[in-house]
Design a protein around this ligand. Structure first.
Ligand SMILES: *Cc1c(COP(=O)(O)O)cnc(C)c1O
Length: 365
């Protein structure tokens, strides 16, 4: 069986360090927002080159907290993409605002800046791009639109840890950057986790209060907050993996390059790199009109594949009557044809050859 990702193999390599560090946490008796969380926040802020990092319980909470501190609320519109995981737009609804879905670039699958421009109304307060599958969105265009139109820029970096553009990390372009440490992400922990990055000390202060019941002094509550904190066990896993994340991303790029080479000349579309930034391949996603056939062949050969995403967000019942959408014809076409193949740093070239042989066979008959 070839899985979509193999966390067991990675764990075997990290086992001595992680088990030692987890045991130390267990013996310390300190489990929530302790010294490892504080150290991790500093280490990851240094890594990203941002002033402040505030960890929290998930990527979904990171988006929720970010929209809250940005002052987005009922009646406001937030422009985003319909080709993403639901949490991107769900968070917009949490604060009572309306997601406005605009179309994607058909090659990168990222939000199209021209479409953002067309969707701006008097109610628009923010733009929420997703660096989908690990490729940075067109940040220079998006940053200038937000600047000219006076809109807040909040980035969904759940799939782009370590991706950068001109030596600037994703998550450092907007006023707030939202990250997920769900186990399958490029930097993942052993449970749920997330964080928000920001250059603003003021926003960071509010985020720290909001993630912990709105208090800045124990049992003195300034705001209605959430219980959304990172725990010490996740923090030691993340501190261990942060040291490896560049090597992991490099290996993901090696896997993508091998797929590209082996799939050249095959009748399907391999991922497009726009060369504006450094793509970290959270997913390796092809386009093919014969998706069912390819998927079935892979399945019969014991190889996993997955559709990210089978339903675009503007068609989800959860947003019925609670979203706006421009024409999303490119999104709809990509949704019909996209197929993600196994992608993880430990994936060996010989195994990629095996996967590609099955795909070729599927398309040959
Ligand atoms: C995973 C993901 C999230 C949510 O992160 P969780 O940690 O699972 O809550 C948000 N946005 C995108 C694009 C994601 O891929």
């Amino acid at each position: 069986m070839i899985p979509m990702l193999d966390l067991k193999q990675q764990y075997q390599e990290l086992k001595p360090e992680i088990e030692l560090r987890i045991r130390a946490v267990l013996e310390s008796g300190q489990f929530i927002l302790g010294p490892n969380v504080m150290a991790f926040e500093q280490e990851v802020a240094d890594y990203l080159g941002v002033d402040q990092v505030v960890s929290c319980a998930s990527g979904t909470d990171a988006l929720h907290l970010a929209l809250k501190v940005a002052g987005i609320g009922p009646g406001d519109e937030v422009i985003t993409t319909a080709f993403s995981f639901i949490a991107t737009a769900e968070a917009i609804r949490y604060v009572g605002a309306i997601p406005v879905f605009v179309d994607i670039d058909p090659h990168t699958f990222n939000i199209d800046p021209d479409q953002i421009q067309q969707a701006i109304t008097k109610k628009t307060k923010a733009v929420l791009p997703v660096h989908l599958f690990g490729q940075p969105a067109d940040m220079s265009a998006i940053v200038s639109i937000c600047h000219e139109e006076g809109l807040e820029l909040i980035e969904d970096c759940a799939q782009s840890f370590g991706a950068h553009v001109n030596n600037r990390q994703t998550g450092s372009f907007g006023i707030l950057g939202c990250f997920s440490f769900f186990p399958s992400k490029n930097l993942g922990c052993y449970g749920d986790g997330g964080m928000v990055s920001t250059a603003s000390g003021e926003l960071a202060k509010r985020l720290r209060m909001l993630r912990n019941h709105g208090c800045n002094k124990l049992y003195h509550h300034e705001l209605i907050g959430l219980n959304s904190r990172l725990d010490e066990i996740q923090a030691v896993v993340l501190r261990t993996k942060l040291k490896q994340v560049d090597a992991y991303n490099k290996d993901r790029r090696r896997v993508a390059k091998t797929y590209n080479r082996l799939l050249s000349g095959v009748k399907l579309t391999t991922p497009y790199e726009d060369n504006r930034g450094y793509h970290v391949y959270h997913q390796y996603t092809i386009l093919t009109p014969e998706r069912d056939k390819v998927m079935n062949h892979l399945k019969d050969a014991g190889i996993a594949s997955a559709i990210y995403y089978p339903v675009s967000l503007h068609k989800q019942n959860a947003f019925k009557g609670a979203c706006k959408a421009l024409t999303l014809s490119r999104t709809e076409q990509v949704v019909q044809q996209c197929l993600s193949l196994p992608m993880y740093p430990e994936l060996k070239d010989e195994v990629i050859e095996e996967i590609v042989a099955v795909i070729k066979d599927a398309l040959a008959n």
